[in-house]
Design a protein around this ligand. Structure first.
Ligand SMILES: [Zn+2]
Length: 141
């Protein structure tokens, strides 16, 4: 990641005032867990060619907010996938659980390229389009 950053800075020369683009800026007060850090560094080590501006590892996208895990229920769109999370919701009156689903459009960066059926972890980011506000940060085994 560092060498990439240096190359960019050398090439662009005339825009030194851009604030630190090395790692995705996080809002102050949001602590990065050890796990997240590992994810970030893992992706940096892979050195996959990725020139996606909206990639949290190689672009300028900053992450914040919620982290969810689920599966990719549909792929095939350009850098976009459909994410599906199933959870159990407790109904006190019947002392039973009902299934609830959350379906989201998520950004699928080229260095991750999740396919339909993959288990993934997604994290909230700025709105990338009308319906995309999350990005895939990791494939889970
Ligand atoms: Zn990337």
């Amino acid at each position: 990641m560092k060498s990439d950053h240096n190359n960019k800075a050398a090439k662009a020369g005339k825009e030194p005032k851009r604030k630190a683009e090395a790692k995705p800026a996080r809002k102050q007060g949001v602590k990065e867990t050890a796990e997240e850090e590992a994810v970030r560094e893992g992706a940096a080590e892979e050195k996959v060619a990725c020139n996606d501006e909206k990639c949290p590892f190689h672009g300028k996208l900053s992450l914040r907010g919620r982290v969810l895990s689920g599966i990719i229920s549909s792929g095939g769109m350009h850098r976009t996938a459909t994410f599906l999370m199933e959870r159990l919701f407790y109904i006190p009156k019947y002392q039973r659980y009902e299934r609830r689903r959350t379906k989201l459009k998520v950004h699928n960066p080229p260095c991750i390229e999740a396919q339909k059926g993959d288990r993934v972890r997604v994290m909230e980011c700025r709105p990338l389009s009308k319906t995309k506000k999350f990005v895939i940060i990791q494939k889970l085994g």
